[in-house]
Design a protein around this ligand. Structure first.
Ligand code: ATP
Ligand code: MG
Length: 386
């Protein structure tokens, strides 16, 4: 029996979203189509998407899986066989052919069925029983175990019928860009890429800014930020803007007591990023801050820097321990790039005894007296293309 190979895609949360559902689905569908070439067609199939070959060629599961498994909004990928002819005899034959191909080395199985069209003459339980019996008779050395089987043969009756046994997990979340656009402050460290990933997972399209301070920071440090942005683009296109920060940094360094330097630099980064965000149509800023991780990230420190801007600043790592952040960085593929030993402009200027309980009003007063800072910030933000 000829098996028509295909892949069913399951999506999670967006199925629940009332009026927006159509919009979210379309965005997700477009993203999937955009990742695959012309050899594949992607259509809606009653609460799922279906990927098929557009021609007679073989379905390349490795290729398709690699292309779609990181798309936010999808929760599972099911390599399957399908048939248009849904009568039970045909389903039984298809299931047996599938089991013979895929269940070698397994000794127990069960069948689970689901019918979208309740007019189908058999109920789900009956479909499972009928197919299970047929497969059992056709397979040597296999028995049924409904509690703890080695393999589950799933049967789904929708516009067509599908049979599969494996679900490759996908990241979930919301489709790329469905929630708008944000600007990530991307440092080249471990934290900020993870923060970007988490926000992008909620449907926020990302752009990124890296503050570059030559000659204090090297070209290689900049390349590292570029490589991280590229690594994030596996999940969602992340365009990187490099903003030259040297002049701002020197001005602030000359006029700030050392223990307050990091806070004033961070305010200047946020202010520049906010202006760049406005030019690029971004509705929020994103940073890799985690409460209490370093002196500038105590609540008092966050308070004293946050007041520099009025755009919301997302800090998705605020409740994460460093080890949790590292584990996630490894999982998403940014960790190895982040630990390359190149300097960051903040670490170069880190004071010996940074303030951990700064007073917002004092920080703001120092900043207000810095002649020329506003103009430099304006100028730096202008280097980001509108
Ligand atoms: P990371 O691991 O992301 O570098 P960190 O633990 O080193 O974070 P900080 O240096 O205090 O912490 O930076 C906090 C946040 O400020 C970073 O997560 C990032 O969002 C932003 N940031 C710091 N330096 C830069 C930079 N050179 N360019 C862009 N953003 C930066
Ligand atoms: Mg850093």
């Amino acid at each position: 029996m000829k098996l028509t190979e295909a892949m069913l895609l399951k999506y999670g949360e967006i199925a629940l979203r009332g009026k927006n559902r159509q919009l979210y689905e379309e965005r997700l569908l477009d993203t999937v189509r955009g990742r695959l070439g012309r050899e594949y067609t992607v259509i809606r199939e009653q609460g799922r998407f279906l990927i098929r070959r557009a021609d007679e060629g073989a379905f390349d599961y490795d290729f398709v899986t690699a292309r779609v498994k990181n798309i936010f909004g999808l929760v599972g990928l099911c390599p399957c066989v399908m048939t248009e002819e849904q009568c039970i005899d045909n389903l039984r034959a298809l299931a047996l052919a599938y089991a013979r191909k895929h269940f070698s080395g397994k000794s127990t199985f069960k069948v689970e069925s689901r019918r979208a069209d309740k007019r189908y003459p058999l109920r789900s339980q009956e479909i499972s029983a009928s197919i299970g019996e047929y497969v059992l008779n056709g397979m040597d050395n296999m028995t049924v175990n409904v509690r703890n089987p080695d393999a589950v043969l799933y049967v789904e009756l929708r516009t067509h019928a599908y049979i599969y046994s494996e679900t490759i997990s996908a990241p979930g979340g919301l489709p790329p860009g469905a929630s708008g656009k944000g600007l990530l402050l991307l440092s080249g460290g471990i934290d900020s890429p993870v923060a970007g990933y988490l926000v992008a997972k909620r449907g926020v399209q990302l752009e990124a800014v890296y503050f570059h301070s030559p000659p204090f920071t090297s070209e290689r440090a900049r390349d590292k930020a570029a490589d991280i942005a590229e690594a994030l683009s596996v999940y969602t296109d992340t365009r990187l803007h490099v903003i030259k920060f040297t002049d701002i940094q020197m001005l602030i360094k000359g006029k700030t007591p050392p223990e307050k330097l990091t806070l004033l630099l961070k305010r200047a980064m946020l202010r520049t990023a906010e202006k760049a965000a406005e030019r690029r149509g971004c509705q929020c800023l994103v940073t890799g801050d985690s409460i209490g991780q370093v002196a500038s990230q105590t609540l008092a420190g966050i308070c004293a820097t946050n007041s520099a801007v009025s755009l919301p600043v997302m800090r998705p790592l605020c409740g994460f321990d460093k080890l949790e952040i590292i584990a996630l960085a490894k999982k998403i593929g940014t960790y190895e790039i982040s630990i390359r030993p190149y300097e960051d402009c903040c670490t170069l200027f880190v004071p010996k005894h940074p303030e951990t309980n700064p007073k917002k009003s004092i920080i703001e007063r120092i900043e207000a007296n810095m002649t020329g800072l506003d103009a430099l910030i304006e100028q730096a933000a202008m280097t980001v293309e509108a």
